[in-house]
Design a protein around this ligand. Structure first.
Ligand code: LMR
Length: 320
């Protein structure tokens, strides 16, 4: 069987971490692309020299030429600028939209059959724009954030209940902004609803509300601590789990920014929902029952994504 090819667009902190994880897991050969000359080549050389120590054989190359992503099975896009303390993800819209145009055209010309996972912010708008610029089928392009946001929610719940993170299944819907919707009613600790466990453990609703709020602001908390950029370990791990689901036809149901065609009352947007990832890309979107309050919170988040798409159309007339 031919070795798989993983192309990573952007060789910053997330790109480097992605390359390391993909090689360690031997998902395939890795091509690290960046417009900055020398950086992807240098990181690729450094990472290649981990192989003998860590025992992996993935070939890792760095490039500044989109032609080198040709034939990629999976592309993970991190290109663009991260936010700094005091900024919102939406402040990156204008600058990262221009980057998505170049990346989308590069994918269109060189790797139109790839499964593309977008990480660049503001996430839900960037995945939509990348789809427009690349012309890929809607089921072959997806945004990463739901896995990341759910992992943050699960971490905070595990800390609160002093339980292993392995037993926590937490769930976040909606856009990847501060209006995202962590859904307590679908979050469990080994099947026990979090609300029930909270009563058993004497954790009151206001404490759960604090955990929900910390999850919503989880990206900003790390931006504030780092001072120079944003999170990269957990975003990279999240995207790699999605790549593995696609490459291994795992049929995993993961929260991710998938294209909606009527589900959740939304048409033509990418918003975080549970979706099945297998060899067909996004094979289906799972529609879950929500309470009236959860529905109205989700609507606020969807409206925020819609507003960003309108702003994209105002910036780039080819998107109108
Ligand atoms: C995150 O959630 O960590 C990323 O979206 C980066 C950011 O700016 O918060």
């Amino acid at each position: 069987m031919a070795r798989k090819k993983i192309a990573l667009i952007g060789s910053g902190n997330i790109g480097g971490t992605l390359a390391h994880l993909a090689a360690q897991k031997e998902l395939g050969d890795v091509v690290l692309f960046d417009i900055a000359e020398g950086v992807p080549q240098g990181k690729a050389l450094d990472l290649s020299q981990c192989g003998p120590v860590q025992g992996f054989d993935s070939k890792i190359t760095g490039t500044n030429d989109y032609a080198d992503i040709a034939g990629a099975d999976v592309i993970i896009v991190t290109a663009g600028v991260p936010r700094k303390p005091g900024m919102s993800r939406d402040d990156l819209l204008g600058i990262n939209l221009k980057v998505m145009k170049q990346v989308g055209e590069g994918i269109k010309q060189n790797a139109p059959d790839a499964f593309v996972i977008c990480i660049t912010n503001p996430l839900d708008a960037m995945v939509w724009a990348l789809r427009e610029f690349s012309g890929l089928p809607h089921n072959k392009i997806v945004g990463m954030a739901g896995v990341l946001d759910s992992a943050r929610f699960a971490t905070f719940l595990a800390w609160e209940f002093e339980t292993s993170v392995r037993d926590v299944n937490a769930f976040v819907l909606g856009g990847h902004g501060d209006t995202m919707v962590p859904v307590l009613s679908y979050s469990t600790v080994n099947g026990i609803p979090v609300g029930d466990l909270a009563k058993i453990k004497g954790v009151d609703q206001s404490r759960l509300d604090e955990i929900v709020d910390r999850t919503r602001k989880g990206g900003g908390e790390i931006v504030g601590l780092l001072g120079t950029g944003s999170a990269f370990y957990a975003p990279a791990a999240s995207a790699i789990s999605m790549a593995e689901a696609y490459l291994g036809d795992q049929k995993r149901v993961l929260p991710c920014a998938a294209h909606l065609s009527g589900e959740y009352g939304v048409d033509g947007l990418y918003v975080g929902v549970p979706a099945m990832i297998g060899a067909g890309g996004i094979e289906s979107v799972v529609e879950i029952e929500l309470s009236d309050e959860e529905k109205s919170n989700l609507q606020v988040s969807i409206d925020a994504v819609k507003e960003l798409l309108e702003a994209c159309k105002g910036i780039d007339s080819s998107l109108a």
